[in-house]
Design a protein around this ligand. Structure first.
Ligand code: ATP
Length: 233
């Protein structure tokens, strides 16, 4: 039997007296694009960083492809943080070379295809890129690894609607079916078309994990409408 791509079992995370995640259990299978939805401060980044092995849970266990989070799981996990990891001196090609040297699973041919799709030029300086072009670069770096688990934290945060569509098309085109991909966002309306399933978190608790088709048939509403209902203040 194959293992789930990602499994959380009763995971909690506290920062001092602040509880950021409370008893979260979930499973993500291969071939799924999953929306991690929640309002500001609900715990999305915390959940992703725990899955990526960048933060330790206060309690509970996390496995990636059956392995506890550690060296082996990190080798198959590609995390796109909400802040760029590139250095100011880099040109696009340096950023690509840096990732290629660092990650054995980096696929240079895929990176070149993605750069062309994203209309990124290898000679451009990273600091000269607009916010939207920078997000395209970060996404190219993250998706060019042949990982099993992709974690994209707010990949369309600061970009205009046209760039958003381009980024979503790239996610669909360059994502591989034997992996799981989790995308955190609060821009649901713009992005829900790419999701197979959604996870809703509120105040650190997972309150819903459902297939998008089931939301549309069972609740007779879009994910965006459901989100507004759940998070109404
Ligand atoms: N290092 C930290 N120390 C203390 N509290 C923190 C820390 N990091 C996050 N928190 C708190 O934990 C909660 C969850 O934060 P997290 O960044 O995971 O939320 P988020 O859903 O990603 O939010 P956003 O959409 O605003 O990025 C918030 O209340 C936040 O203030």
């Amino acid at each position: 039997m194959s293992h789930p791509i990602l499994q959380f079992s009763s995971v909690s995370k506290r920062y001092g007296s602040k509880t950021a995640l409370q008893d979260v259990s979930l499973q993500v299978g291969a071939g799924k694009i999953i929306g991690l939805l929640g309002s500001n401060g609900s715990g999305k980044t915390t959940l992703m960083k725990i899955a990526a092995g960048l933060l330790q849970p206060s309690s509970g266990t996390v496995r990636v492809c059956g392995e506890p989070v550690g060296v082996k799981s990190k080798a198959v996990t590609s995390f796109m943080p909400d802040k760029p990891l590139t250095e100011p001196w880099m040109r696009v090609r340096d950023a690509i070379a840096f990732y290629r040297d660092f990650y054995p699973d980096f696929d240079l041919a895929k990176a070149r295809d993605m750069l062309a799709f994203m209309q990124l030029n290898e000679r451009d300086k990273v600091t000269s890129l607009s916010k939207g072009m920078n997000e395209r670069l970060q996404l190219t770096l993250a998706l060019s690894r042949n990982a099993r688990l992709y974690l994209l934290d707010e990949p369309i945060g600061g970009v205009d609607p046209v760039a958003r569509e381009k980024i979503l098309d790239a996610i669909i085109q360059f994502y591989s079916e034997d992996s799981g991909l989790i995308v955190s966002t609060h821009l649901i309306r713009d992005i829900e078309r790419i999701f197979d399933e959604v996870l809703l978190i509120k105040n650190g608790r997972l309150i819903l994990h459902e297939q998008v088709d089931a939301i549309r048939t069972n609740h007779d509403k879009s994910v965006d409408d459901l989100f507004k209902e759940v998070y109404a203040e």
